[in-house]
Design a protein. Structure first.
Length: 210
């Protein structure tokens, strides 16, 4: 029964995560597939680069919510059955995986950072808020959104593992997301090393000239 509830939470999160905000916005605004524009990433950063910061902000908030909502929903579906953090982590992980690998878009989605933050906000809003601030600061300092994203995927598993507050389910979810996150960001790592990664400042300059 407990395993079924865990798998159900994972599936609910995945279904929510598959809703590709960036894809639908790009189709509505430009009649194009966001995955065929700019960096090819179906996420808020590419929407910001190609369509402007207002659409990028909307995409980011929507992607946070599509992990936060199912993570809270499963607590009402399965009250007192599994430890709450376990349910949240499973649903949140499902949402991140759904965002990255949406079944109706040939499993080609975004990189899951906003969804990850939504899951963290659901587990503990203070941790989620700190991650948002940290992501913004790292991005501003380095000029690369991808470095902040990689830092998020790397630091969270370490913090979860070294803390005594979380179960093995949460630790394993964080480990899975770290592996998937590194795979999705590998091209960014290569671009940073080659000096070809697009910086945040160049994105804003591009938008000002539109």
């Amino acid at each position: 029964m407990i395993m079924l509830q865990g798998l159900t939470s994972l599936l609910i999160g995945y279904i929510f995560g598959c809703f590709q905000t960036s894809y639908f916005i790009s189709k509505l605004v430009s009649k194009k597939d966001i995955r065929e524009m700019g960096s090819g990433n179906a996420g808020a950063s590419n929407v910001t680069s190609e369509l402007g910061w207002k659409y990028g902000l909307f995409t980011g908030v929507a992607d946070i919510l599509k992990a936060y909502i199912p993570s809270q929903m499963v607590l009402y579906i399965f009250p007192l059955e599994l430890q709450q953090d376990n349910l949240i982590a499973l649903a949140g992980t499902g949402a991140v995986l759904g965002h990255i690998y949406p079944f109706f878009l040939d499993f080609r989605g975004g990189k899951g950072v906003a969804c990850y933050i939504g899951m963290l906000l659901s587990i503990d809003w203070q941790i989620g808020f700190i991650c948002i601030v940290g992501l913004i600061l790292i991005t501003i300092i380095t000029d690369y959104v991808s470095i902040g994203s990689i830092a998020l995927y790397t630091i969270i598993p370490i913090l979860v593992y070294t803390s005594s507050d979380y179960s093995m389910i949460v630790i394993r979810c964080a480990a899975v997301l770290f592996i998937v996150g590194m795979i999705k960001h590998w091209i960014n790592i290569q671009r940073i090393m080659n000096g070809t990664e697009t910086g945040l400042r160049s994105v804003f300059k591009k938008n000002r000239t539109k």
